[in-house]
Design a protein around this ligand. Structure first.
Ligand code: GDP
Ligand code: ZN
Length: 293
């Protein structure tokens, strides 16, 4: 735990704290503000209270469990790191990430990394994704860690905020965080590593104070979020461009799948809503985990 005066204390939880939030596996998460009674040595302490959270992001603790894990609390923004190649970030991964942030009302930006590797085909793909996501309202940043792009571009975005950074394995999250604070020296993976089994071990998110102000929450091993806690009838609320048109559908409870006179499907056909976004929507609606909710 990092105190407001910059001291780091190793803390235990007061016993009854564990009981209060029965449905989460961790009563305290990164980003939480807590009350602490420090021990005399000023190196350890006891957490007596978790203060009210502005927000928190959850995922299901495991496929079999009904409990959730709080990934992070009091998040100001999320940044999704994505790449066109080495590896390719699937469009559905991007959309699942963004809808999760929307569901918690946390604003998101997308950093497209590794632009140094892109030829004309990849650049065209990049441009079309930037068009799609900026039109919806997500700021997109083209970046290359190893290509020597100016880290100030990132510092300006992260300064004085609590930012959760996500993205599929290998896109350069650790490299980006190291660029912002080289003293962290986070382990980065060789390109060939991310196909290997066993890399996706479950680890807890870590929060790093940034030397220029603000905090970055790194989510190693976090492969997307649990959309399973969402209500299936509400998924379209988290696609801003779909939500905007949903009031024009014939049926007030239209789910934009195969209902007649659906303004959303019309907009997809007219190219006003990106096909890739609509495909992600349909795929999420067909997600086994959501079907029976
Ligand atoms: P993470 O799994 O998202 O944390 O990704 P890492 O930071 O471990 O990076 C995976 C690999 O991509 C490493 O070998 C990095 O050196 C490499 N990498 C990171 N950023 C860039 C970049 O902008 N361009 C290129 N060519 N490689 C990069
Ligand atoms: Zn509709």
């Amino acid at each position: 735990m990092l105190s407001s005066c910059g001291v780091i204390l190793d803390c235990l939880l007061k016993g009854n704290l564990r009981v209060r939030e029965l449905r989460t596996t961790n009563p305290v998460a990164v980003g939480d503000n807590v009350k602490v009674i420090p021990d005399k040595d000023n190196k350890t302490g006891i957490i007596t209270e978790v203060l009210d959270r502005k927000n928190y992001i959850l995922r299901k603790a495991s496929n079999l469990s009904r409990q959730s894990q709080i990934i992070a609390a009091n998040v100001d923004q999320t940044i999704l790191v994505a790449t066109i190649i080495m590896p390719e970030t699937p469009a559905e991964f991007i959309d699942r990430f963004l809808i999760t942030a929307e569901a918690y009302s946390v604003p998101s930006k997308i950093i497209f990394n590794k632009t140094d590797l892109y030829g004309s085909v990849e650049t065209e793909k990049l441009n079309s994704l930037v068009d799609i996501y900026s039109a919806i309202g997500y700021e997109c940043i083209r970046f290359s860690v190893t290509g020597g792009d100016d880290p100030d571009i990132l510092r300006n975005i992260l300064k004085d905020r609590i930012t959760l950074i996500g993205g599929n394995s290998g896109v350069g999250k650790s490299s980006l965080i190291n660029l912002l604070d080289p003293s962290l020296n986070l382990k980065t993976a060789e390109i060939s590593d991310y196909h290997k089994q066993g890399k996706h071990i479950t680890t807890f998110p870590e929060m790093h104070p940034m030397p220029f102000g603000g905090f970055v929450i790194d989510t190693p091993g976090l492969r997307g979020f649990g959309i399973t806690d969402m209500d299936r009838n509400e998924i379209y609320h988290f696609f801003p461009e779909i939500f905007k048109l949903s009031g024009l559908c014939k049926f007030y409870n239209c789910l934009h799948l195969d209902e007649p006179e659906c303004a959303v499907r019309d907009a997809v056909e007219e190219g006003k809503i990106a096909l890739s976004r609509y495909r992600s929507y349909v795929s999420i609606m067909n997600d086994e985990n959501l079907k029976y909710r």
